[in-house]
Write a protein that binds this ligand. Structure first.
Ligand code: ADP
Ligand code: MG
Length: 699
């Protein structure tokens, strides 16, 4: 049976060499199996008739029964033919741009028709351009198969006559030649448990659905199967790592950790912080390398978790490092960690591109002789000259900015790799994180420190700027400080830069010296100048910080309570959320003001509404995911994983969780899939990993 599915596609009756080549080139269909796994993009449901008052503005293709009551030509330059179409529940419009003369002659007024096509709404009226039309009498005489699959295609394919109809025919031929006997791959216990359709029935109904219900079942079964195999690979990989990659077992929780915990803890840890520290402690106690992702919203208190993890390494006689993506962020981390470390008498230093050579030399020496306990830095830490005596823990902040290669470069500084903790403030919905970072363990700080006042977020149009400025003046009068952020997007950097400078000038005019003072920080300034402006603002010497997104990550000025984001429609959701996280760090009520022009796309509107509605990073991440799709969120690096055939990581998250749950359970009882009842699963797994090895495209 399997052999039959490996038959080259041109041997399928009705295909032949020419079409075979087209199918190969255009859709990657090389053999029978590839055609079988070409799933329809969508289905046209001609089992159901919609009433006009049930129509939705969703571009779906629907059929409606009714009568044309009126026909007219509209518009001078580009006239179009518009028909008023009526049923018992209301009226809609049918529109033609082409072939108007013919339509006008063919249409019978006040005769029952069935129309079919895409509907959308304009000014509250539904319209269907260029509908397929059939008199109701003819329609009833020629009942067609209920659900019509629509397969993926390309322009070339349709030009060369390989229409949807033809693919449909090929599929029928495939089912005839193979007698539709497709081997089951999932264990019977899972099929029973989840009441899944057997493989045969699933494949049949995905291509020739007998009903909506069977189609849904077929989709569920095939999605589950696809995600299940991915999870098997990910979990297996994680298990292998835990067995194969050695790590320092840091069994001692000693002086530093306990001293800090008992004497210098600046506040009570939240339960989430406690839980995460426990997870990290446990990992670091194992003789296998820790590889953990720590997710926590801005302000959730990751710094202290990072610090206490470092103390575990120190207690065992090892060093720790923290790497951040920008100098500003690295120095902010340095300030924060130094504060925590100060009473402990630890040697902690900062290494960035702008560290002076003399200072650098000292750092290199101290790292090598082990007298430097903790080093914070940027990419500068990755230089070959930087050698550790014994690096026990590497913490990496803001995961998405560092490639996998850089991560592993840190590892290779020692024979036994250090434990790795990756911190990110960009929440990734948990199920998605699991499927993308399946090789990392995940900790989540899902609780903010007590007493935080939720930030109030509002959307204002540029036209209302005077009112916004008045508000800023009132806040400044109360002693608060303000950020005003401009977008800086690489593609339009010059223009953006001009916007920023223009903005700075007019802000300086509107908030004049000596009453006010305004700082500015942007990417084209020298690091030293940036730092000095930042510190002036941090010290409260200036009231307003005008900046580009360089302040996006990490800066901590608790007295700053207002964040104004200019051209907010140009920022992505996660960026808006990160920026907003710069305020709300003190005891005062904080505000975020999103300034935009009046021209807003639907997506921009959704982003702004989401920001005004919630402060919850995970909720925002979910919306972001829906708007952008996962490929964008993760960057190109992981997009390979997302080349799924039928499942959609975003929409099918629940199936994903289920698949993961079942994969974990299966591997727990049968880690190598050696049990007889898992034999066909094992075969399919081996086949799949030959073709689609997830190890190749997940970090
Ligand atoms: P982030 O997760 O964004 O890095 P930080 O570690 O910078 O957050 O913490 C944000 C602020 O909250 C800091 O001022 C920190 O001192 C404070 N903080 C952290 N944890 C607690 C806690 N458990 N109780 C009170 N304040 C806390
Ligand atoms: Mg932080």
């Amino acid at each position: 049976m399997n052999n039959l599915l490996e038959t080259p596609i041109e041997y399928l009756k009705g295909v032949g060499p020419t079409r075979g080549k087209l199918l190969r080139d255009e859709l990657g269909i090389k053999q029978y199996a590839d055609l079988l796994n070409l799933y329809p993009n969508r289905y046209i449901d001609r089992t159901r008739y919609y009433r006009i008052n049930e129509l939705q503005n969703n571009n779906a293709e629907v059929q409606v029964a009714g009568k044309v009551v009126h026909l007219k030509t509209v518009g001078d330059k580009k006239p179009r033919l518009v028909a008023t179409f009526r049923d018992d529940t209301g009226e809609m419009e049918l529109v033609w741009f082409r072939g108007q003369k013919w339509v006008r002659e063919a249409i019978k007024i006040n005769e029952p028709y069935v129309i079919f096509g895409k509907v959308s709404a304009f000014n509250g009226v539904f319209n269907m351009p260029h509908p397929e039309m059939e008199l109701l009498s003819e329609h009833q005489a020629s009942l067609r198969s209920a659900m019509q699959p629509v397969y993926p295609s390309t322009e070339k394919l349709s030009q060369r006559g390989i229409s949807n109809k033809m693919i449909n025919k090929m599929m029928q031929q495939l089912f005839v030649e193979t007698k539709a006997l497709f081997a089951e791959v999932l264990p019977q216990s899972i099929i029973n448990d989840l009441k899944l359709l057997p493989k045969n029935a699933a494949l049949f109904n995905i291509h020739f659905p007998k009903s909506q219900e069977l189609l849904a079942k077929a989709q569920f079964r095939l999605k589950f199967e696809e995600l299940f195999f991915i999870q098997l690979q990910l979990i297996t990989k994680n298990l292998v790592r835990k067995h194969k990659i050695k790590g320092h077992p840091f069994g001692n929780i000693g002086e530093y950790f306990n001293k800090f915990y008992n004497n210098y803890l600046p506040f009570n840890l939240t339960n989430a912080q406690k839980r995460v520290i426990k997870e990290i402690r446990n990992d670091m106690g194992q003789p296998a390398q820790m590889n953990r992702l720590l997710q926590g919203d801005v302000g959730s208190g990751k710094t202290i978790v990072a610090f206490m993890s470092m103390l575990i390494a120190l207690d065992n006689g090892f060093q720790a490092c923290l790497m951040a993506p920008t100098e500003i962020l690295a120095s902010q981390h340095f300030i924060g960690l130094n504060e925590l470390a100060a009473p402990m008498g630890l040697n902690i230093k900062l290494l960035t591109g702008s560290t002076k050579i003399s200072e650098r030399r000292i750092i290199h020496e101290e790292l090598e002789n082990g007298s430097l306990h903790i080093i914070i830095g940027t990419h500068a830490l990755l230089e070959d000259k930087v050698k550790f005596k014994n690096l026990g823990l590497a913490i990496i902040d803001e995961q998405h900015r560092f490639g996998v290669e850089q991560r592993s470069k840190l590892w290779h500084k020692n024979d036994i790799p250090p434990h790795v903790l990756v911190m990110t403030a960009t929440p990734i919905p948990r199920t998605l994180a699991m499927s993308l970072y399946g090789d990392l363990d995940i900790s989540v700080i899902d609780e903010l420190p007590p007493g935080r006042k939720p930030i109030q977020t509002v959307h204002r149009y540029d036209a209302n700027r005077l009112k916004v400025w008045k508000f800023l003046k009132d806040e400044i009068a109360k002693g608060r400080q303000v950020y005003i952020v401009y977008p800086l997007i690489q593609e339009s950097e010059k223009l953006d830069y001009k916007d920023l400078m223009d903005g700075y000038e007019s802000i300086s005019r509107d908030f004049p010296l000596p009453q006010y003072s305004v700082s500015i920080v942007h990417g084209q300034m020298k690091p030293a100048d940036k730092d000095s402006e930042m510190s002036r603002f941090a010290a409260g010497k200036t009231n307003i910080m005008v900046a580009t997104t360089v302040i996006e990550v990490g800066v901590n000025v608790p007295n700053a309570s207002v964040m104004v984001i200019e051209s907010a429609e140009r920022f992505g959701l996660s960026q808006l959320h990160q920026l907003r996280g710069r305020v709300g760090r003190g005891a005062e009520q904080s505000y975020c003001i999103l300034m935009t022009s009046h021209k807003l796309s639907n997506d921009s509107k959704t982003r702004l509404e989401t920001m005004c509605r919630t402060n919850d990073g995970f909720e925002i991440a979910e919306v972001d995911l829906k708007l952008r799709g996962p490929g964008d969120i993760m960057g190109t690096q992981q997009s390979g994983v997302l080349n799924l055939q039928i499942a959609d990581i975003v929409k099918d998250r629940e199936i994903l969780s289920l698949a993961r749950q079942y994969a974990i359970a299966l591997l727990k009882t049968d880690p190598n899939m050696k049990l007889p009842e898992n034999a066909s699963l094992r075969n399919a797994y081996i086949e799949l990993t030959k073709k689609k090895n997830i190890w190749n495209y997940i970090s």
